[in-house]
Design a protein around this ligand. Structure first.
Ligand SMILES: Cc1ncc(COP(=O)(O)O)c(C=O)c1O
Length: 433
């Protein structure tokens, strides 16, 4: 056996271009570091779900059902398939079609089009992986879900921002961007439009039915040489505290041609279980499954059996009701505190979402809410953490960037939410002078 070399091994790793372009997760890391350094900080930054309503007892019941039957237990403990556990895929598809008010028929997606993943973020990454070459374009809202911006950067793709308003992504703004890219000879590079249709992260906006149809229409009209997909992210659909449900954007694409629909149990049940899904146009199923096969050849089978049992026993619906009641109170506490403490400052605007986990603030022009700006530092010193809105905007976006804030009411109690908004208002007041 050759003796080990006594020469020094070079200390630097040669990372791939992809890893270098991803550039880590600066905002998440920076916020986490602040929270750890100052444990008494009230964080309205994290998109975590409420601790008190995490479904410990429902999960215990479902686990008992899975484990008390040895054959079922062993099936759950074995590897599963790449596409995911069929009874859960059936339950997800059935629920989606029931919510959208359609019965299974020729125009509805087939079970083959439902793919389970380890959270919907994995589905978003896989879709990006199979659709996007470096420099390809995804049109997103400005602002949008900031983790998606990281995924696109990691894939070397470009996010192009389109304007949003109180009803979410504007179809005419998407069309304008498509026309601009077409005029620049870049329509070939556009692969998808991404939109969170229910209680958006970060703005809380829900896209109305008419706009959903218009977004599908824009995608179809500009799908001249190749398809431009609409990625509908429905992560927050079940977190509805007020008002009626809206049929999914997918249901405005009845032939299932252009919409990639994603969903997750992370917000409606448990992010620790981390089961998400995609309903894909048929031609995307083989490449996504091939990519997933290389990645993990199936997301955790045990968790999929657990979720199938949760659905089968009716535990899910009971849990959703409890969850909605808790979050309704918290969102109410946040909006009441905004009325009490932010409104008197003048010049601050916010949406009043009817569900989800976020409230989006727009401060007077000229206030920099960023990590290096005066407000962030002051707010942290006074004891409250928020997400600076600029991280939610794709590069070169239209509209206000620096003077926005995302607040989340997920993990704090009503009392802490009120206290945090009061502290934030004092900090904003000081910065406004
Ligand atoms: C809009 C949106 N989509 C997707 C996800 C991903 O969730 P998960 O991967 O846990 O399903 C999140 C998580 O915060 C989100 O806010």
């Amino acid at each position: 056996m050759p003796a080990p070399s006594t020469q020094n091994v070079a200390k630097e790793a040669t990372l791939s271009r992809r890893a270098l372009s991803a550039g880590g997760e600066p905002i998440t890391n920076a916020l986490m570091a602040r929270t750890l350094a100052q444990p008494d900080l009230i964080s309205l930054a994290a998109g975590f779900v409420d601790y008190d309503t995490l479904p410990a007892e429902p999960v215990r019941k479902a686990l008992e059902a899975v484990l008390s039957d040895p054959a079922r237990a062993r099936a759950a403990l074995q590897y599963g398939t790449t596409v995911g556990y069929t009874p859960l895929r059936e339950a997800i598809l059935g629920r989606l079609l029931a919510a959208d008010g359609c019965s299974a028929g020729a125009a509805n997606p087939a079970l083959d089009q439902v793919v389970l993943t380890a959270g919907s973020n994995q589905l978003l990454y896989l879709v990006g992986d199979v659709l996007l070459d470096p420099d390809d374009v995804v049109i997103t809202g400005a602002p949008t879900y900031f983790v998606l911006l990281g995924v696109l950067a990691n894939l070397g793709a470009r996010a192009v921002g389109a304007e949003t308003d109180a009803d979410g992504l504007l179809p005419e703004a998407v069309e304008e961007q498509l026309q601009r890219l077409d005029a620049a000879g870049e329509l070939d590079r556009v692969k998808a439009i991404y939109v969170t249709t229910y209680y958006d992260n970060p703005t809380g906006a829900t896209v109305p039915a008419g706009r959903r149809a218009a977004l599908v229409d824009v995608a179809r009209r500009f799908s001249r040489k190749h398809k431009i997909y609409v990625i509908e992210d429905s992560a927050y659909r079940e977190l509805r505290y007020d008002g009626e449900d809206v049929p999914s954007l997918r249901s405005f694409d009845p032939a299932g041609e252009v919409v990639i629909h994603t969903g997750t149990f992370s917000k409606s049940f448990s992010p620790g279980v981390r089961v998400g899904w995609g309903v894909l146009p048929p031609e995307l199923v083989p490449p996504v499954l091939a990519a997933k096969g290389h990645w993990d050849f199936g997301s955790p089978n045990f968790n999929q059996h657990l979720m199938a049992t949760v659905m089968e026993l009716g535990i899910f619906d009971e849990h959703i009701e409890a969850l909605r009641a808790g979050y309704r109170r918290k969102l109410g506490a946040l909006l009441d505190a905004a009325d009490a403490f932010l409104a008197p400052l003048g010049g601050i605007e916010w949406l009043r979402p009817r569900g989800g986990l976020y409230v989006w603030l727009r401060l007077p022009e000229g206030i920099d809410t960023g990590l290096d700006g005066p407000l962030f530092d002051r707010a942290v010193r006074e004891g409250v953490l928020y997400v600076p809105g600029e991280h939610c905007f794709p590069p070169g976006s239209p509209g206000p960037v620096k003077n926005t804030i995302r607040l989340s009411h997920g993990i704090q109690s009503c009392e802490s939410i009120r206290q945090a908004v009061e502290v934030l208002a004092v900090a904003i007041g000081r910065v406004l002078g």
